[in-house]
Design a protein around this ligand. Structure first.
Ligand code: DC
Length: 203
């Protein structure tokens, strides 16, 4: 059975948490496509050519902790504006989505560009302030030297860059179901997502 769930939304809206929980619930494979862009951003910080890095990625080799730093996040957001980088990552994402047993992909352009025919599209969002507070607690909890104001500025800078770029900007697909997690617990957000997918599976 081919069944693809596209989950898009801005940074720190909770889409990673929702995606992982949904994948576990339904037994689907999960791909966090942000990690692909982060790996390219990491390569650029090391002085490599972004398109060459994008063409030779091996997600099995990813060091997730090293990819989850604010520096790599900003570099990812910058390489994500490059059309050639996005093209180089396209086939990998589509092949992942086409595997038997179902797949969840989360990112910024999954429902609009990568999988326009996905069986389910969700747009998970929250206010910039709520997202910045969550990201601040996550980074501070890992012992990183961050401030609330700095994290909020970073979140807004990434929102602006991700939403205003010419190629595959962050935007909800017209047929996406919107889940605003500003005032929701994780469990409540996951329950909403599961309900949408259950309904689509019955169709
Ligand atoms: O989801 P994330 O924070 O790990 O993503 C890092 C950056 O990668 C984000 O600022 C924009 C970019 N990105 C993208 O352009 N398209 C995707 N499908 C996923 C991420």
């Amino acid at each position: 059975m081919k069944f693809a769930v596209a989950i898009d939304g801005p940074a720190a809206a909770g889409k990673g948490t929702v995606s992982k929980a949904v994948a576990r619930h339904f037994g689907f494979a999960h791909l966090d496509t942000g990690l692909l862009y982060r790996a390219v951003g990491q390569g650029v910080l090391r002085g490599d050519d972004p398109v060459s890095v994008a063409q030779s990625l091996d997600p099995k080799q990813f060091d997730e902790a090293a990819l989850r730093t604010p520096q790599v996040a900003q570099a990812a957001s910058r390489v994500a504006t490059m059309a050639d980088v996005r093209t180089a990552l396209l086939d990998f994402q589509r092949n992942f989505a086409a595997q038997d047993g179902g797949a969840v992909l989360d990112g910024r352009d999954i429902g609009t560009v990568i999988l326009p025919d996905a069986q389910v599209k969700l747009f998970v969002t929250a206010s910039a302030e709520v997202r910045a507070e969550r990201r601040y607690l996550e980074l501070a909890g890992k012992g990183m030297d961050v401030t609330r104001a700095g994290v909020l500025a970073d979140v807004k800078a990434r929102d602006d860059r991700d939403s205003s770029r010419a190629t595959a900007p962050l935007v909800a697909a017209v047929d996406a179901v919107r889940i605003d997690t500003s005032a929701l617990t994780i469990d409540a957000a996951v329950a909403q997502a599961i309900a949408v997918i259950e309904k689509a599976k019955r169709r």
